[in-house]
Structures are given as structure tokens and as C-alpha cells.
Design a protein around this ligand. Structure first.
Ligand SMILES: NC(=O)c1ccc[n+]([C@@H]2O[C@H](COP(=O)([O-])OP(=O)(O)OC[C@H]3O[C@@H](n4cnc5c(N)ncnc54)[C@H](O)[C@@H]3O)[C@@H](O)[C@H]2O)c1
Ligand SMILES: N[C@@H](CC=O)C(=O)O
Length: 489
């Protein structure tokens, strides 16, 4: 791997400010999904090393929480500057381990860094409140305090930004973090740790643990010293973590799967809407929780929309993300390709039409050519499951009430898109859609000021925005009694 700063490529865990190998020497290879080449190895830590990591975080907590918010902000801003300075190396690491095209990786580094800057500032605004007292001669109010050590478990599709969106909020709030990255994409997390160290974030405050996911997470969920768990990943694993944390009653934030509807109104220009739908579906090769999976188009413009969608989709190039002019990189592994194939087969066997998507054109075993299916129905996996692949399903609807019922017919409730210029329709749909985020006439909806998150089985809590830091803060109410005559009491 050619990096301007080779020390960003670390093949160790990072615990209590020390780069750490596994005590028993167990390791795992990490491969480039585009070509199967081994990029490097990571240690698999033993249970006692995981406990040592919690010890280190516990030891570091008191001093970190005691810093003033502006002192923590200085460290975070230094981290932000370093991420920006090293963005090219960070993007290279990301493309090699995740597969996304290099320009997308650069975009993710920028996006990930933006949360660090945002929360550096937001940490200075964790205000409590004063409460008009109902108790004679008493002063009432609240203050916000850090919850304690936070475990952050993150996915492989956004290997950097899903960490910074959590970690920056937790650190700004005064909490130490233990990051458990996906084993497919550990090197972005480790590069962030290297930069956190250089930024003066003290030992024990930002830790990265590596190991077998299930036992490792179980041990940390069982540990009463961990006070919060923030998870981004599948709904299936989210349910497991919720169960595991029940008996220690931890604060939980869950950013889980999505199955976004993309609704196109009858007044829309079919071409404009189709270009937006392609952009909303195929980012990160469809491996995006916001991907427009169920494209619901008014029957009056359906055929024209499909023609434009197919034309735009045909222009997408699939290849190694390190090459120029690539739109879609590989899927993360062969299992993902097989999953996508089975979803397409299921849809076709149940009556969907395969308009485009010839897999014999795929440039390698982990690649998947974009697929367009029409006539998809709620009986098909492509409708019911989060397909997490470049598989687009389009279906026609008659009227607003029908499309609302179709869009809400899913256990997921992360994001929905509406394309129409009819203000009454916008308002009606926006209110009726059972999703945590609704984007109207815009593919882009995320960013640091935004309360990102879902309803139903897409999650609990919000990341980003003013709400994002609250996930790492406890509210302490105080009642100062016998204060004498208190004005306003
Ligand atoms: N809502 C959001 O903000 C958001 C953002 C990105 C991704 N996602 C979701 O993430 C999923 C894709 O990512 P993924 O495949 O990495 O998800 P995943 O649930 O398989 O894995 C996520 C993390 O959990 C770990 N893990 C896996 N099995 C575990 C277990 N039994 N116990 C504890 N930890 C375990 C993994 O190693 C990884 O670190 C999709 O469902 C996508 O929608 C959601
Ligand atoms: N695209 C999402 C991540 C989902 O996979 C984001 O911007 O946070």
C-alpha cells in the first residue's frame, strides 16, 4: 500500500494508548474485495485484553470528563485538522479495504471529518436548564454529565464516518470510547486512532479493539463499566445487542437497516426523477442504509421513468475503486453477491421483469452489475428485505393513499424520498410516511447538523445534530432546598 504517511497503516489494536498484538498471536487477514489480495493482518484479542481495555478507559475517564468543554474541543479540532491533512491516505486505505471508488472515499473522509468539527463545537453547548420551583425556597435545575464509557460497534460500508459520527459526540460529551470496527474494514479505524493520538487525545480515551465480533461484543455488553452502546449495522445484530445489554441496562443507540421508498409523483419530469433515483440507489454500490430500494412511480409516468432509469443505469461503470471513472466498486464479499443473486432470482420467479443487469459482464467474482427489476410486489424479497446491493425495484401506483400504504409496508423506517413539486402532496406524504427521515426533491439528506436515525426496526436514538451528543449525556436534576427566599420560587 503506497501512503504518504505509512504510519497510518497500523496492524495492531489500540488499547490504552498502546499498539497491541493478540496475546496468543491469533490473527486474521483483511482482503481487498476488488481483487482478493491480502492488504494486511489484524490481531484477534483475548478476553483478558478486552478487560484491560475497559480498565484503561475507566482510568482515563476522570481526567477527560474533568477537562473544560473548550479543552476537549481543542483536541477534537486538532484531530479534525489531522484527518483533513491526511485525507488522501485515509481515502486510499478506505478504498483498498472497502472497495468504494476513490472519489467516494475522499467524500467519506470529508463527511467523517465534518462530524468531528461539529461536535467539537457542540460540546460547548450541552446546557442544562433552570426549572421554576414548585417547592418553597428551593432552586431547581438540571445539568448534563457524561454517561461513561461508550462501546461503538460499526459497519463496513462507511468505515470512517460511522465511527466519527459516534466518537466525536461521545468524546465531546466527556466519554471515553471503545471502537469495535467491522472486521472487513479495520484499517480506517486504526488510522483514526493514530491521528487521535497525534491530536493529543489522551491514552485510554479512544480505543480500538479487534477480535471475533460475537464473543467480544458479548463480553463488553456484559461489562457493567460500559454505560452506553452505540451500534450501526444490521437490524439482526442490533436485536442481539439490545438483548445482551438488557441485564446491565445500558444507554443504547441503534442505527439499523433501511429499506427506503422513493416516491415519484405524477407531476414530475420522469427524466429528472429517474436521474435522482439512480443516484439514490447506486451510491456505495447499493450498500447504503439510505439506498432507494423500492422505487414507487405514478402509473401515468411509469414507462417513461423506467426508460430513463435504464438508460442512466447502463452508463454506470463497475470496476476496481482504485481505477478512475468507476461508479460502482465491488460488493464487500462473495456472500453479498450470492445474496443479491438470490434476491433477483426470487423476484423473477414471483413475476418481476428483469429489465437490465447481465452478471456475465461482472469484472470479478465480488462484482455485481446493476440490476433493474420492474413489477416488484410486496411478496418478493426485494421488497421485504434490505437488499444492500445494486438491485433496483420499480413498481407503479395509482394514487397517494395507495403509495403511502406501499411505502409503509416494511418493518424498516429509516429514510424515505419524495419527488414531486405539489406542495399539498409533499405535506400529506411527509406526514404519513412512517420513517425517521424524509427527503423531498433531494438525494442528499445527511450531514453534521442533522438528527440522523430511524423509527420502527431501523433503530433507536439519533446521531448528529444537537440530539447526537445527548446520546452520551445523562441529565442530573438538582433541588437546592432551604435556600431562603429564592426569587421566582
Ligand atoms: N442506520 C444507519 O445509520 C446505518 C448506517 C450504515 C449501515 N447501516 C446498516 O448496516 C448494515 C450493513 O453493515 P454490516 O453488514 O457491517 O452489519 P452487521 O450488523 O453485520 O455488522 C455490524 C457490526 O456488528 C458486528 N457484529 C456482527 N455480528 C455480531 C454479533 N453477533 N455480535 C456483535 N457484533 C456483531 C460486525 O463485526 C460489525 O462491526 C445494513 O443493514 C445497513 O443498513 C445502517
Ligand atoms: N449513507 C449513510 C450511511 C448508511 O449506510 C450516511 O450518510 O450516514
Amino acid at each position: 500500500m503506497k501512503l504518504g504517511d505509512p504510519r497510518l497503516f497500523r496492524q495492531y489494536a489500540y488499547i490504552g494508548g498502546k499498539w497491541t498484538s493478540g496475546d496468543e498471536g491469533r490473527e486474521e487477514a483483511v482482503v481487498n474485495p476488488a481483487n482478493g489480495e491480502v492488504i494486511g493482518h489484524i490481531p484477534l484479542l483475548e478476553s483478558r485484553q478486552i478487560s484491560a481495555c475497559v480498565d484503561a478507559a475507566e482510568d482515563a475517564f476522570a481526567n477527560w470528563r474533568a477537562l473544560r468543554a473548550d479543552e476537549r474541543a481543542e483536541r477534537l479540532l486538532a484531530w479534525y485538522d489531522l484527518i483533513q491533512q491526511h485525507r488522501e491516505d485515509l481515502a486510499t486505505i478506505m478504498t483498498l479495504e472497502q472497495g468504494k471508488p476513490l472519489p467516494d472515499s475522499r467524500g467519506e473522509v470529508e463527511y467523517g471529518a465534518s462530524f468531528v468539527r461539529w461536535f467539537a463545537e457542540e460540546g460547548k453547548r450541552t446546557y442544562g436548564e433552570t426549572i421554576p420551583s414548585h417547592i418553597p425556597n428551593a432552586a431547581l435545575g438540571t445539568i448534563k454529565e457524561p454517561v461513561g464509557i461508550a462501546l461503538l460497534v460499526t459497519p463496513w460500508n462507511f468505515p470512517l464516518a460511522m465511527i466519527t459520527r459516534k466518537a466525536a459526540a461521545a468524546l465531546a460529551a466527556g466519554c471515553p470510547v471503545i471502537v469495535k470496527p467491522a472486521h472487513e474494514t479495520p484499517f480506517s479505524a486504526l488510522a483514526l486512532a493514530e491521528l487521535a493520538e497525534r491530536a493529543g487525545i489522551p491514552a485510554g480515551i479512544f480505543n480500538v479493539v479487534l477480535g471475533e465480533s460475537a464473543p467480544l461484543s458479548r463480553q463488553l455488553c456484559d461489562d457493567d463499566r460500559i454505560k452506553a452502546v452505540s451500534f450501526t449495522g444490521s437490524t439482526r445484530v442490533g436485536r442481539i445487542l439490545i438483548e445482551q445489554c438488557a441485564h446491565t441496562v445500558k444507554r443504547m443507540s441503534m442505527e439499523l437497516g433501511g429499506n427506503a421508498p422513493f416516491i415519484v409523483g405524477p407531476d414530475m419530469d420522469p427524466r429528472e426523477a429517474a436521474l435522482a433515483a439512480v443516484a439514490a440507489k447506486f451510491q456505495t454500490a447499493g450498500q447504503d442504509c439510505l439506498a432507494a430500494n423500492r422505487i414507487l412511480v405514478h402509473e401515468s409516468i411509469h414507462d417513461e421513468f423506467v426508460a430513463h432509469f435504464a438508460e442512466r443505469m447502463a452508463a454506470l461503470t463497475v470496476g476496481d475503486g482504485m481505477e478512475s471513472e468507476v461508479d460502482l466498486g465491488p460488493l464487500i464479499h462473495r456472500r453479498a453477491v450470492e445474496g443479491a443473486l438470490s434476491i433477483v432470482d426470487d423476484a423473477v420467479s414471483r413475476g418481476a421483469t428483469l429489465v437490465a443487469g447481465d452478471q456475465s459482464d461482472a469484472p470479478g467474482e465480488n462484482f455485481f452489475m446493476p440490476v433493474l427489476l420492474t413489477g416488484v410486489t410486496s411478496q418478493m424479497k426485494v421488497w421485504r428485505e434490505e437488499n444492500f446491493a445494486p438491485v433496483a425495484g420499480i413498481t407503479a401506483y395509482r394514487d397517494d393513499d395507495e403509495v403511502i400504504a406501499m411505502a409503509n409496508d416494511t418493518e424498516y423506517g429509516l429514510a424515505a424520498y419524495i419527488y414531486t413539486h405539489d406542495i399539498r402532496r409533499i405535506w400529506k406524504l411527509m406526514r404519513a410516511l412512517d420513517f425517521g427521515m424524509v427527503s423531498v426533491n433531494s438525494v442528499k439528506m445527511t450531514g453534521p447538523p442533522v438528527p440522523f436515525g430511524g423509527v420502527k426496526q431501523s433503530g433507536l436514538g439519533r446521531e448528529g445534530g444537537a440530539m447526537g451528543i445527548d446520546e452520551y449525556l445523562s441529565t442530573k436534576y438538582y433541588c437546592l432546598g432551604a435556600m431562603g427566599s429564592v426569587s421566582g420560587s
